[in-house]
Design a protein. Sequence first.
Length: 323
Amino acid sequence: MAYTSKAYQKAINILERRRETATLDANIRKAEILNKLPEIDEIQSKLSAIGISISKCFFDKEHNEAEIKKLEAASLALQRKREEILNANGYSMDALSEQYICPICKDTGYFNNRMCSCHKEILKENERNNLRNIAPLDECTFEAFDVRYYPETAMDNGVSPREKAEKILENCRIYAQKFNEHSPNLIFMGKTGLGKTHLSLAIANVAINRGYSVVYGTSQNILSDLQNENFGRTDKNLYNEFDVLNTDLLILDDLGTEFKNSYSLACLYNIVNTRLLKKKPTIISTNYDYNQLNDVYDMRITSRIAGEYSTLVLEGNDIRYIK
């Protein structure tokens, strides 16, 4: 999965804060228990002494197995007594230890040299939060996509906009469920307010849940930020070229709304062409049809989109007005 170094670092920071909190809470809880129950402090001291004695026995070339077993039995007895005292006073048996959010990896993020599921969930949630800051991710699900807003009246080809929307919805659902780093590219076409962004974000929702990184943005914002990055105009850009070119899924929304100049066209070509060469999936949405795209963009761009993207055309009336 092509998460950014920034995303990994953010996850590591969260895990570090979890461990720090667990240690701080344990120290406070331990001080409270030892102050309230001095017999626990005595048991802790005896357990420490037994531990030292067992260690000495192991380092002794002529260590006595019987003595070690005797010490281990004494240790177990003290531990049981400690648990009884803690339970009798309303504390759990592990009250003196750190209580981690993830007991499997103890909030380190790794278990048996593999990334723990908690670490993966943090990365996923970070991806969701990144998109939530710029798009209505939680509202844009497949379940919330209502085909009843599309006309039932058949068009010239005998298919109604509603039937078409139903088929596109199902295709997008299957696409999302099977999504991987080399999934096909998609382009949504249709007038304003027909659900192109909704379906794009619904796919993003599922892709994130399956552990893939997603970069979403309008063509205007992405191309503007990349231009600013290239010319060093600001260091507060939301998007950067590396992430746009290497994320598992790029969603380029509202193609055609960006300010067009020689740089933006060159930048768009680089995005489309580079991701095709890397075989990384891109989803584009636009209000243009192919004739309009040919009027606005270089043939090097439109021919690649026409030849390498699956086209999904939504038809009907602006759903925002209907709602």
